[in-house]
Design a protein around this ligand. Sequence first.
Ligand SMILES: [Mn+2]
Length: 426
Amino acid sequence: MNINKDQLQDINNKNATAHNEHFDFLGNQLSKKGNDVQKIVDRLSDFQVAIPSWALGAGGTRFGRFGFQGEPSNLEQKIEDIGLIHSLTQTAGAVSLHIPWDVPNDYNAIKELAAANDILFDAVNSNTFQDQKNAAESYKFGSLSNTSQAVREQAIAHNIDVINIGNKLGSKSLTVWLADGSSFPGQNNFQTALQNTQNSLKDIYASLPDDWKLFIEYKPYEPNFYSTVIQDWGTSFMLANECGDKAYTLVDLGHHLPNTNIEQIVSTLMLKGKLGGFHFNDSKYGDDDLTVGSIKPYSLFLIFNELVYGMENNSQNPYPAWMIDASHNIKDPLEDIIQSLEAIQEAYAKALLIDQNALRQAQSENDVVKCQEILQGAYRTDVRPLLERARLNRGGALSPIDAYRALQVREHLIEQRGVNAVASGL
Ligand SMILES: [Mn+2]
């Protein structure tokens, strides 16, 4: 299924008057406050978030998996799904592949399909948290950290394979997330596990093309419940520094203990030029992988405040790679991603409204009340007309969810793929 711009225009026209009224009203208000509205809209239009290939089907839980009809059962269909989301939102112009779930059969055909859908290949993700069929060694007790050299070598070789696959598609980065750790005290020697991981990462890093980046993700617990080898940003940061200039820390919002000040982590990493990538999701308790902005939208805004500040002021930090990393059991996965993209854009737009000079001034005067007023003034602004205009400018939908339903996208996908189609991967 494809969505063409004429179809969207017909749907958009029905609400064009209301949109124009809202946009003009907001635009006037913001201009009077000194905001450059056109610049904000342009920045929103340019902001693209990669969609992970594993988020297009229903996610699983430890207890069961409830499928969603018409899921994409191969890489071609996954790219088709992202193309649909991108047509509607104009914000999903990249895919992040997971290997070995998404190894292309025909590289040229996949590249052509992605190009036809205006989709780039973002970071490729390795997988050493599952055993693969016919693999000689098992990752049951870890991969890059394993006490067995043979296991470590197999895991390193897999990561190098992933780099080579990504290279053929035009990816420029590898994301490594390890499930390595221990579930019981005494099971692991912490120092040995960390040292092995560092050495393994260095071996992978040595195979990284010059124009690539290595993203090292961290997570405090799960699937191991006592210790995780790369448990926090500090460990990731240290490993990245040990590897070299092309290695960076990747922040996944769900990979923190409750109430962690993630915005401060973002700020520190950008100051040190080491924030490489970002995985968006939301959570109430742990790594819940819920829709972005569904639980803690103010935290997301505060994080974007630091990201915007860092992108303006920290030339030592490269432009970060953005990806949604969410997946759950009950919503239509495509509608869920559309909601996540909207929440990301909303937080970004609000952060762009913050008067940084006034904030600096208030901070220097220790005017705590004024500082809060500035942040919350931006946060309380309804920026949705700016998002609508950014989408319209690129030929997207005024309301992606409404258009998705009006065009009966899911019904078409079920018709094409069947009710029992199951997404490959999870
Ligand atoms: Mn992640």
